[in-house]
Design a protein around this ligand. Structure first.
Ligand code: FSX
Ligand code: F3S
Length: 322
């Protein structure tokens, strides 16, 4: 366990001023729909001594969700997140391996039973009793069945853990599912933070909400926090708002069918997000997006070799998937 002074030391070591830290907390407050005045409260929550235990499980995935946290342009961001939590188990970050690690998972899940947050990253292969995904001789399914029911709450980070994502794309031979679908008799609340990858600011926002209010945020019908997934991406489309540039709908943009706050908080310290970079939204935070949002691109007709325009295969303007 660290205390408030430890975080101050981390900030100093990383050459981060208190002012920069408060600016970051202001961004988190913005993501939560709170005014900038709440920035200092978020800072207090993130640097306090109340650090919930967290066991972070990896299943069928690309690890992009963890990478999104670790490889942000702000080098201190990962330490801030990890410092706000008591991270007792994370396979990507642990130096130990083998039996030692397996024992840590079992012991921590028993020691903190009913208290820990279980962060799940990746989908769970369920076909053939889960034999398509093995870790240390055990199926991912049996690890999830063993650990998840002991948690206080589950945070499914990324679209794979939330809804199956890429591993569950048709024909899905491994029977990959999101955690709530894989463990149907689970009595523990599940918060989905979809996105491929999800925005780390929303993860911090979720943790900050819990630290400040001692409860989980309001969720939508797909188990996503309303603070982050309450509006369609299209609502704050930069082209729509500024009337500059070219609307990307003809190129296949799925912003009208996708709920996420990317246009407001963006990625990499607020630098940009897909549409701002000229790329259509592919609906990465929606259930079954690999099946329902493809083809991701629409061919233009006319200037591009007279090709026939390709219509969306599964989405029409009247079909609100969210
Ligand atoms: Fe999935 Fe995350 Fe996409 Fe990758 O771990 S949400 S494939 S960015 O990494 O699970
Ligand atoms: Fe994903 Fe679309 Fe945002 S592709 S990152 S929901 S702009």
């Amino acid at each position: 366990m660290t205390d408030t002074r430890d975080t101050e030391v981390i900030l100093r070591q990383r050459d981060i001023t208190r002012r920069e830290f408060l600016k970051f907390c202001g961004v988190v407050a913005g993501a939560l729909g709170l005014g900038p005045v709440f920035g200092p409260k978020i800072a207090e929550a993130l640097t306090g001594s109340n650090r919930p235990p967290v066991l972070w499980l990896h299943f069928s995935e690309c690890t992009g969700c963890t990478e999104a946290v670790l490889r942000t342009t702000a080098p201190w961001f990962d330490e801030l997140i990890m410092g706000a939590l008591s991270l007792d188990y994370h396979e990507t970050l642990m130096a130990a391996a083998g039996d030692t690690v397996e024992n840590i998972l079992t012991e921590a899940s028993e020691q903190y039973a009913g208290e820990f947050f279980c962060v799940v990253e990746g989908a769970i292969p369920t076909a053939e009793n889960g034999t398509f995904g093995m870790i240390g001789g055990r199926t991912m399914l049996s690890i999830a069945q063993d650990i998840c029911p002991k948690a206080k709450a589950i945070i499914a980070t990324g679209t794979c853990a939330s809804y199956g994502g890429l591993p569950a794309a048709d024909p899905n031979p491994t029977g990959a599912k999101g955690i709530a679908d894989a463990l149907t008799s689970l009595r523990v609340p599940v918060v989905n933070l979809p996105g491929c990858p999800p925005n780390p600011i929303n993860f911090v926002g979720l943790i900050a909400t819990y630290l400040l209010e001692d409860k989980l945020p309001e969720l939508d019908r797909f188990g996503r926090p309303v603070f982050a997934y309450g509006e369609k991406v299209h609502k704050r489309c930069p082209f729509k708002e500024n009337r500059t540039g070219r609307c990307l709908e003809d190129a296949g943009c799925k912003g009208k069918y996708s709920y996420n706050n990317c246009p407001s908080i963006k990625f990499n310290e607020g630098t940009s997000f897909p549409m701002q970079a000229g790329h259509p939204c592919i609906g990465c935070s929606e259930p079954s997006f690999w099946d329902r949002m493809t083809p991701f691109y629409t061919e233009y007709e006319g200037d591009f070799g007279g090709k026939k325009r390709m219509k969306f295969a599964h989405v029409s303007n009247d079909d609100d998937l969210g």
